[in-house]
Design a protein around this ligand. Structure first.
Ligand SMILES: C[S@@+](CC[C@H](N)C(=O)[O-])C[C@H]1O[C@@H](n2cnc3c(N)ncnc32)[C@H](O)[C@@H]1O
Length: 308
């Protein structure tokens, strides 16, 4: 039997409670003064809508063949694997506390993960969603699933990398491992309307989301980790983010990540310090590890943003 479902407010990292009514009304107040600034339209797709738009298939819950993950054919017979590195740095308590930040604006309602690898963090987030009774919240996993620079450079020379990087037919089996893991999780406890792969680069994914007009309220950016590329990704995904939403990532200790995260916050806040600065936090991913998460909360409304 499943654990009882409830919506715990684990921690309140940011003071966001006053923002929900602002979002709902579509106008904002600054220092008590009403503002006429128009908020962008808020659009949260359902899992089924994303599935139809991306794959041209309408999910019929009584037919697994209509669900891309449930019907994954697993051509290389990849076994689900949750033990090998790379494991997720996101523990349930941390995920729950990040969900709590967007709870006052009704979130999370649409989660995007950029860089998903084998799906460990996506499955962790989906499991927490199930636990708190949010079975309808989609997690769109944007990743070309083709292996990053380090995987290609080191899989033959570094045993620690070679242990979890596999090739078949001249390509990495990242997508296959992702699908095998999510499919397996769904045969156990995971409900089916969460994790959806989008096999595309971060920039293609961001542009597609923009064209669709979707406004994710939670984005986990864990992709390139390369200087310049990370800055571009942060810029594109921060733009998509719902006001009041969270953009976060791990590996803040990586020089390239730290450089680009700091640069983005500094540049943004230099322009918007008075009206709507980014609320920026760095926190340890979990007890006893050096890995640091960076967390940006977009202001509920910023004056420069009047249209999409
Ligand atoms: C650190 S892993 C992600 C781990 C995953 N978030 C987790 O916690 O389980 C980085 C991933 O980023 C992906 N990646 C690299 N460059 C990318 C790009 N330009 N766009 C999207 N994903 C990218 C890689 O394919 C890889 O799967």
């Amino acid at each position: 039997m499943r654990a009882p479902r409830k919506r715990p407010l684990v921690t309140a990292v940011f003071l966001a409670a006053t923002f929900s009514s602002v979002l709902a009304s579509g106008t904002a107040a600054t220092d008590g003064e009403p503002s006429t600034t128009v908020l962008p339209p808020v659009v949260f797709p359902t899992f089924k809508e994303l599935h139809s738009k991306l794959f041209g298939i309408d999910v019929d819950d009584s037919n697994n063949d209509t669900h891309v993950v449930a019907s994954f054919s697993n051509p290389y017979d990849i076994r689900p694997n949750f033990n090998n590195y790379p494991h997720s740095n996101l523990l349930p308590a941390m995920i729950a506390s990040i969900f709590d930040i967007v709870a006052p604006i009704g979130g999370p309602r649409f989660i995007v993960e950029v860089g998903s690898l084998h799906g460990h963090s996506a499955i962790q987030m989906a499991t927490v969603l199930d636990y708190i009774g949010l079975e309808g919240v989609p997690i769109l996993c944007i990743d070309p699933f083709t292996g990053d620079t380090n995987m290609w450079a080191a899989w033959q020379t570094d045993a620690a990398v070679g242990k979890w990087v596999k090739l078949r037919d001249g390509r990495m089996t990242v997508f296959d491992q992702f699908m095998a893991n999510v499919q397996f999780a769904m045969t156990r406890t995971l409900t089916p309307h969460h994790v959806l792969p989008f096999q595309a680069t971060s920039t293609v994914g961001a542009r597609w989301l923009k064209q669709m007009g979707y406004t994710p309220d939670l984005i986990f950016l864990d992709s390139a980790h390369e200087e310049g590329e990370t800055f571009l990704e942060i810029s594109m995904y921060f733009d998509l983010l719902l006001p009041g939403g969270i953009l976060f990532g791990d590996d803040y200790g990586w020089p390239a990540v730290k450089h680009d995260v700091n640069k983005f916050v500094e540049q943004h806040n230099a322009r918007h310090m008075v009206d709507n600065p980014i609320d920026f936090q760095i926190t340890r991913a979990k007890e006893g590890v050096s890995n640091m998460l960076w967390i940006m909360r977009k202001a509920i409304q910023w004056k420069g943003q009047t249209e999409r």
